[in-house]
Design a protein around this ligand. Structure first.
Ligand code: ADP
Ligand code: MG
Length: 342
């Protein structure tokens, strides 16, 4: 076969393979865009576990009419311009691929209005060439993205979708993680027309603790204590559960690096080490923890789905987390009831 350039839709579908694993991955990308756009209210509507409909609506900055075509194009982003930006990244997105990828494996419609525009516009990309069509629409300031029939044109992917209940379970878990990353944002999640989660913005410490209790459950809330520690520019804060209250059922392990949710090996290792032999083999640590450091000290461009980071001073971060958490744990009593508020 001669060498040829792939048609845009096919190239985007291949890229989608890396980031769009299931409906929850679409929700993650769309919500991260809303957060990057400065939204403080985000509504997520799901039908049939996301295989029929995923709609994310925000009150963020919106996308200008003349940028709608770019927003749907691959390698088009408003978040970085050069390598220097990438090395000190503060936004959740930067690859400029999500909308193009999702739109190549679904029927995606983007509707948006910026505060400076008098009317809203809608765009969708179709066919092999992903030609974008733009038309007038009605929408308040902000953006709505509607994703219909995910994987309708990639049957091999569609086959891997689990039951609606399972797929929605993944979405709900993801929304929990995201809601724990941004207390200042209010959230609404519904499935098949039923409201599943409604979280008001949590601005005070008391309201934050209530959000943690609502998302992590009573047992976590009853046994978790608030902790905070800092070493130079590195800071850790959040909630930790006393070892005696950790059980296999209490499954609550959420960690964030600079506001980005993570399943980071180094961090998990440090947390586990801080708990040490206070935990029996069948016990798991339970925590909601936030690590904050200079953006330049972490590399987030490690994996397309951005689940992992690389710390430039890995050893230092690891040891700081171990010592901060060990200190905190020695001061906890099994009944530290810092989260639960009457
Ligand atoms: P990335 O987030 O990596 O930049 P995306 O494909 O997810 O790439 O989005 C492309 C661009 O579209 C973004 O850089 C941003 O400018 C714009 N965009 C996407 N979603 C929104 C949104 N909800 N509100 C405002 N702008 C958005
Ligand atoms: Mg994005």
């Amino acid at each position: 076969m001669p060498i040829r350039i792939l048609p845009p839709q096919l190239a985007n579908q291949i890229a989608a393979g890396e980031v769009v694993e299931r409906p929850a991955s679409v929700v993650k990308e769309l919500v991260e865009n809303s957060l990057d756009a400065g939204a403080d209210h985000i509504e997520i509507e799901i039908e049939k576990g996301g295989s029929k409909l995923i709609r994310v609506r925000d009150n963020g900055s919106g996308i200008a009419e003349q940028e709608l075509v770019l927003a749907l194009s691959r390698h088009a982003t408003s978040k970085i311009t050069d390598l220097n930006d990438l090395e000190a990244i503060c936004s959740l997105g930067f690859r400029g691929e999500a909308l193009a990828s999702i739109s190549s494996v679904s029927r995606l419609t983007l509707t948006s209005k910026t505060a400076g525009q008098s009317a809203a516009w809608q765009a969708s990309a179709e066919g092999r060439d992903m030609q974008v069509e733009v038309r007038p629409a009605a929408h308040p300031d902000g953006t709505s993205i509607e994703v219909l029939d995910l994987f309708f044109n990639t049957p091999a992917r569609r086959k891997f979708l689990r039951t609606d209940k399972t797929e929605f379970g993944h979405i709900d878990e993801l929304v929990k993680r995201l809601a724990l990353s941004r207390y200042d944002v209010s959230w609404l999640l519904s499935h098949n027309g039923q409201q599943v989660r409604r979280l008001k913005a949590a601005l005070t410490q008391d309201q934050r603790q209530k959000r943690v209790a609502a998302l992590c459950g009573r047992v976590f809330a009853d046994h978790a204590a608030f902790i905070e520690n800092q070493y130079g520019d590195v800071k850790i804060w959040g909630w930790l559960v006393h070892p005696q209250a950790c059980s296999a059922q209490l499954h609550c392990q959420y960690s964030y690096v600079n506001g980005r949710m993570m399943r980071d090996k180094l961090l998990n290792h440090a947390i586990r080490q801080a708990y040490g032999d206070t935990l029996a083999p069948d016990q798991q640590p339970a925590f909601v923890l936030y690590l904050e450091l200079e953006p330049r000290q972490v590399d987030v461009n490690v994996h397309p789905a951005k689940h992992e980071v690389r710390f430039h001073q890995a050893r230092l971060i690891h040891d700081f987390v171990v010592s901060a958490l060990t200190d905190a744990l020695t001061q906890l009593t099994p009944a530290s009831r810092a989260v639960s508020q009457p």
